[in-house]
Design a protein around this ligand. Sequence first.
Ligand code: ING
Length: 308
Amino acid sequence: MRVIRTAAAQLGPIQRDEGRPSVVARMIALMDEAKGRGATFIVYPELALTTFFPRWHHEDRAEADVWFEASMPSAETQPLFDRAREHGMGMSFGYAELTPEGRHFNTSILVDPEGRIAATYRKIHLPGHVEYDPERTHQHLEKRYFEPGDLGFPVWRFMGGIVGMCICNDRRWPETYRVMGLQGVEMVVLGFNTPSVNSQKGTEALGDRMFHHKLSVQAGAYQNATWVVAVAKAGDEDGHHLMGGTVIVDPDGKIVAEVEGEADGVVVHDCDLDATRFGKETIFDFARHRRIEHYGRITAQTGAEVAV
Ligand code: ING
């Protein structure tokens, strides 16, 4: 048994005018609760430090830099790193990264129990659009504010296992999990901010959105025999609702823990990384079963090409 007692720490809404110190205090409270339940690793949402700002249009993109972190840790996030080190707890959270070269990424990190940043991931699948779209009920300007990630889908030796990261929309693409699965990933951690309303299809029911979210993370877990920890930022942010759905999914694709509701909340589960072995050595023994001579289109084509 190689158990990581993992906490999925959902954040409720962060209003546009809520400062980082207030959010960090909420994250620390969740960390303390997780510690009290014996957790050694805690996972927070995508863009955990601010409101989901891609819903707001800034004509001058430089104005949006206020939502980005130019350093990590910073004076405002250092208390989170300090508390994690005091607790001897690993952590992962997402934030908007502004690099010294002036590049902008939707980023997540792994921080080891000694408080060192052990890994960085930059979101690859960016949903939404670049320019203000008056046809939409709300804006989703991730393509305006972020570049696609340039680091691929790596995995790392972390907390005694093989851990990978992705972010929000990445979870809807099977390639995300398979690239990590082909590196032996045993736990994928991800945060998400998912609007409850489809800005282009107002009739889509929230139930459908939750179904598609769970379908995606459960399939990714099962088809790659890996744990998946998916953590929401949820609730009403300045009149814009984000759905919940924080879950821990086991390597059989089963949801083993879930945060109810849309407020700050944490669930803890003993994730035995050895539970990935059976799937990896039988039904998803990639070396024995995959037929890559037939998969060429997956990397040769970006869009579908109908030739019949
Ligand atoms: N949010 C959403 C997500 O992928 C979305 C965007 C929602 C795309 C529903 C398609 C359908 O969960 C982010 N931040 O990627």
